[in-house]
Write a protein that binds this ligand. Structure first.
Ligand SMILES: CC[C@H](C(=O)O)C(=O)SCCNC(=O)CCNC(=O)[C@H](O)C(C)(C)COP(=O)(O)OP(=O)(O)OC[C@H]1O[C@@H](n2cnc3c(N)ncnc32)[C@H](O)[C@@H]1OP(=O)(O)O
Ligand SMILES: [Co+2]
Length: 134
């Protein structure tokens, strides 16, 4: 079911500072900030030879990452995103096996304009999983 690792996401308290650090200290190419109000975050991506790094900060009230940053004020690893060919089939299989699919269970459009879903971290060894249909 799982395809490539699409990205590893790091929640940060200050996206501009984190992006500048990746550019200057790590010599990385960083995309321009992308506001995703429907997801309550602003993100940038760092393209690596074998995957991407997503840096994200809260956007607006009720961001789903606000509580995470309260617990981890300097930021931290937030989620991993795996690619799947059929996100609805993946969702149904996971539900049948007892995993919690977050939100309504209907895929939303993610930063790459692809359907995405999230799986509860407590069901996967304390790791929030994002699935992206490619
Ligand atoms: C889709 C656009 C973009 C893209 O790549 O295309 C993105 O990736 S947007 C990413 C931001 N959106 C989301 O993260 C949506 C899914 N996340 C959620 O619904 C929430 O963050 C949730 C439910 C995972 C956690 O919400 P919250 O922290 O408010 O709930 P709790 O405090 O009740 O947490 C429950 C429990 O889980 C632990 N937790 C929370 N977040 C994480 C995490 N990222 N990794 C691991 N564990 C996490 C939290 O500490 C609680 O544990 P406990 O032991 O009970 O204290
Ligand atoms: Co993501």
């Amino acid at each position: 079911m799982l395809g490539r690792l699409n990205h590893v996401a790091i929640a940060v308290p200050d996206l501009a500072a984190a992006a500048a650090q990746y550019r200057t200290m790590l010599g990385a190419e960083v995309t321009e900030p992308q506001a995703l109000p429907e997801h309550g975050v602003t993100v940038v991506f760092i393209e690596l030879p074998n995957t991407k790094i997503e840096l994200l900060e809260p956007l607006g009230e009720g961001s789903p990452i606000a509580a995470f940053l309260e617990k981890n004020p300097s930021g931290g690893m937030h989620h991993v995103c795996y690619e799947v060919e059929d996100i609805l089939a993946a969702r149904d299989r996971l539900r049948n096996e007892g995993a919690r699919v977050l939100g309504s269970g209907e895929p939303k459009t993610g930063a790459h304009n692809k359907p995405v879903l999230f799986l509860h971290p407590k069901d996967f060894n304390g790791t929030l999983i994002e699935l992206e249909q490619v």
